[in-house]
Design a protein around this ligand. Structure first.
Ligand code: C5P
Length: 396
């Protein structure tokens, strides 16, 4: 996807071992459509050769204030002019200290001081360096100055210690950069979503389930987080990574999903994307059901309708339902919207089964039906978020 098409990103790399991850980051940012200009500190070149970045970005790499290919010799000013963002990854404790105090004794720190574009930094250091009061003071100062701090993550460190201070992975940083450019249409809103299938136990080793991949729900959770909402995602069993900044609660059955949703309230917006099993075995067998009989009849009872229950609460959030239908989409989606008293239903015609990357969607609200142009699930999710934001702000 070309989420950074037309953008120019200056990627600053400082001297920490996480500099090796910046190579992958430069590639990902370029793959997302941006032009990437890499600026390294002298110390960074001890970890990765400038040629590596030059090969990955197809553009010259700048290190020194004094050896510049700029005609006017003003690389420390020119490089961020017209840039959409300056991202420093990794940002060492030393570099953050320099930022906090406005030092400008090399090309990258001078660029940071002379920039006229947003600055994002991804701290990376040993855990003791990170929790040191001096670093925390500097980070607070830098944040107060309007710099966006991405991470750090917790986990195993290059030095062998375990703790906070790891640089976020390249994929997460690229996603954070993409999110940075998305309009904050849901700033301050609490969004609760369900996604994925549910599994209803028949016996200790068998379940009734469906083919929902969870991709649409996860794309929506990401789009809501990108739009500035605080997002809780109640997820059935799926094999998908949790989108950045999203709080995920894993559940298995419809009953568990219902309880998790009720416990996660209050919310401003509830988006029910999960393909909740309509029925569950009335009495799951305590032991594995043995084969033998020619026919086996399952006794099923209806599951609670989570969306209908939330929509009927006295202080109900703005509720959005999904209608995946194999025929008569408009009729069924509109009927669902009225029956569950929902302001908005997202309808899609399931023709080729579930789990694909793309989707064709129509939105149904009190004003009528709004078909969206076909697209990948994240693009559609962002369009759904725009529609929700318009409806909410009109209501406010
Ligand atoms: O009634 P139907 O299952 O067709 O409605 C689909 C919508 O209702 C989806 O948004 C789905 O997430 C939600 N739903 C629910 N709990 C159920 C069944 C469906 O929240 N038990």
């Amino acid at each position: 996807m070309n989420d950074l098409q037309g953008k120019r990103i200056v990627l600053g790399v400082t001297g920490g071992i996480a500099a090796y991850k910046a190579c992958e980051l430069a590639r990902l940012i370029g793959k997302a459509g941006a032009d990437v200009d890499v600026v390294m500190t002298e110390a960074a070149t001890q970890f990765v050769a400038p040629l590596t970045f030059q090969a990955l970005t197809g553009r010259p790499v700048q290190v020194s204030m004094w050896q510049t290919d700029r005609a006017n010799g003003m690389a420390h000013i020119d490089l961020t002019r017209g840039a959409d963002a300056l991202l420093v990854a990794p940002a060492t404790a030393d570099f953050i200290a320099k930022l906090a105090h406005g030092f400008a004794d090399d090309l990258l720190s001078s660029l940071c001081l002379a920039r006229d574009c947003p600055l994002l930094i991804a701290p990376a250091m040993n855990r003791q360096m990170w929790i040191n009061p001096a670093t925390q003071r500097n980070v607070a100062q830098v944040r107060g100055d309007g710099v966006v701090i991405l991470g750090p993550a917790s986990g195993e460190q290059a030095c062998g210690e375990v703790g906070e201070g790891r640089m976020l992975e390249a994929e997460a940083l690229c996603q954070a950069l993409i999110a940075f450019f998305q309009p904050k249409l849901l700033a301050g809103k609490r969004v609760l979503l369900t996604a994925g299938p549910t599994q209803e136990p028949l016996d200790p080793v068998r379940v009734l389930t469906n083919l929902s991949s969870g991709k649409m729900g996860y794309a929506l959770a990401r789009a809501c987080a990108e739009a500035g909402a605080s997002v809780t995602l109640v997820s059935g069993p799926v094999c998908l990574p949790t989108p950045a900044g999203v709080t995920r609660i894993d559940v298995v059955s419809a009953l568990e999903m219902r309880d998790a949703v009720i416990n996660a309230l209050p919310a401003d917006i509830f988006i029910a994307v999960a393909a909740v099993a309509d029925y569950r075995p009335a009495a799951p067998a305590a032991h594995k059901i043995k084969k033998g009989a020619e026919r086996l009849t399952l006794d099923l009872v209806a599951n609670p309708d989570i969306l209908a229950e939330v929509a009927a609460l006295p202080d109900a959030p703005f509720c959005v339902g999904f209608a995946a239908e194999s025929q008569q989409l408009a009729e069924y989606a509109e009927a669902k919207r009225r029956a569950k008293r929902l302001p908005l239903v997202v309808g899609n015609l399931v023709q080729d089964g579930l789990g694909g990357e793309a989707n064709q969607i129509t939105l149904f609200d009190a004003a009528g039906s709004h078909p969206l142009p076909p697209g990948d699930k994240l693009t559609l999710a962002r369009a759904i978020v725009r529609h929700i934001a318009e409806m909410i702000h009109a209501h406010d």
